[in-house]
Design a protein around this ligand. Structure first.
Ligand SMILES: Cc1ncc(COP(=O)(O)O)c(C=O)c1O
Length: 380
């Protein structure tokens, strides 16, 4: 049977690494996982018990397309608590993960063939989802001087229909401060470019609080999720904040594409928002891991790194060690028993000389992984 040209998207290379790591585990080896971009912890206990009670009470059928009103209201309240932003709950849309939000946002904002700027390195699925929707992703190569975040000069005169940014970013963990967001928003405004801010790693920040684009403008799409700070990757629930006059547009698309985000997950997500103590416990682990990583990677010989402001990744320039990050990652897995991600997923043009290390797992795992990396590099 014929398949569409737009379905010819690239695979996630990290999945190949995970496959190789699980093959090694099946053969009896012990592997430290620094490739996976998800918390090692599960949903907060309060979320799980709230869902248990809800399952005893009712059928958990469809919710309305925009999501449970109580969850939308609680998210709006969080914008007041976290950022001092007064947000109308009617602008909050519950989505099937932030991945579902990208599909809704790109469909609502762009027409076939529109060009959308994405920073490189960046989260690989932006590019692939745009392609699958017959849109044109435009890589904007960012520089270490700008901490791998786009600046207005990177897209001036490019006639972009949209700009997608992430802060803290994957794979670098670097953040855009208020002035940097304001500069990007101003440039987008002047060029008629829609501004989309992926804020999925908010809450996982170290020295200073991440800034939401909503502190700067209401004329943007903000996308977030329960996957990272709230530690609920598999529950597939996220949210989006859109301008008031876009709510109905999104509602119509969501009704048709998804009907709703999973009801059970929405119940759990609402309860998760009141599980601060447990979630801050997870943060203590990430904070300890980050300190170990910055010291340990440097000691091992991975010295060209931009210290992450948030998320749980370190992106390393390994151009002094290899020009083939894929085979270097395979060698690290084979000889050190540590799974890491080659940069090609995040930056097709320059990722052959970069690696991403994730420190989302337990501190004991991170310490063991770093010890193995040090021994591997010393023997190289
Ligand atoms: C920057 C970024 N955005 C979005 C996602 C997708 O997350 P979700 O589980 O909410 O679909 C990820 C997942 O790793 C990510 O790193």
């Amino acid at each position: 049977m014929r398949s569409s040209t737009r379905s010819a998207v690239d695979p996630f290379i990290v999945m190949d690494v995970m496959q190789a790591a699980s093959a090694a585990e099946a053969a009896g080896r012990h592997i430290i996982h620094m490739e996976v971009g998800q918390p090692g912890t599960g949903a907060p206990r309060g979320a799980v018990s709230a869902l248990g009670q809800a399952m005893d009470r009712g059928a958990l059928g469809y919710t309305v397309a925009l999501g449970l009103p109580a969850l939308r209201a609680r998210i709006a309240q969080m914008y007041g608590e976290w950022y001092n932003v007064d947000l109308d709950p009617s602008r909050v849309v519950i989505t099937p993960g932030s991945s579902g939000a990208f599909i809704l946002a790109f469909t609502a904002l762009f027409d076939t063939g529109d060009r959308v700027g994405i920073g490189a390195p960046g989260y690989p699925s932006y590019r692939q989802i745009l392609k699958a929707l017959a849109l044109e992703p435009v890589d904007l190569p960012t520089s270490p001087e700008n901490r791998y975040q786009p600046v207005p000069d990177d897209f001036s005169g490019m006639d972009l229909a949209g700009l997608m940014v992430a802060s803290p970013a994957n794979p670098t963990g670097t953040m855009l401060d208020r002035d940097a967001i304001a500069a990007l928003v101003g440039a987008c405004d002047a060029a008629g470019t829609s501004f989309i801010s992926d804020e999925i790693y908010h809450g996982i920040e170290y020295d200073k609080k991440a800034v939401t684009a909503l502190e700067v403008t209401d004329d943007c799409y903000v996308i977030n999720s329960f996957s990272k700070y709230f530690s609920m990757t598999g529950w597939r629930v996220g949210w989006m904040v859109v301008p008031e006059d876009h709510v109905r547009v999104i509602e119509r698309i969501a009704q048709n594409m998804f009907i709703c985000a999973p009801h059970a997950s929405q119940i759990a997500a609402l309860a998760a928002m009141d599980c601060d103590a447990e979630l801050q416990g997870n943060m203590d682990v990430y904070r300890a891991n980050r300190t170990l990583m910055l010291e340990g990677l440097t000691e091992a010989g991975f010295t060209r790194i931009a210290p992450p402001d948030g998320a749980f990744y370190v992106y390393a320039d390994v151009s002094d060690l290899t020009d083939d990050s894929r085979s270097f990652a395979a060698e690290i897995l084979e000889k050190a028993g540590v799974a890491v991600t080659p940069g090609l997923d995040f930056d097709p043009a320059r990722g052959q000389s970069t690696l991403r290390f994730s420190y989302a797992r337990s501190t004991a795992d991170i310490a063991e992984g770093l010890a193995r990396l040090k021994a591997f590099m010393a023997a190289r």
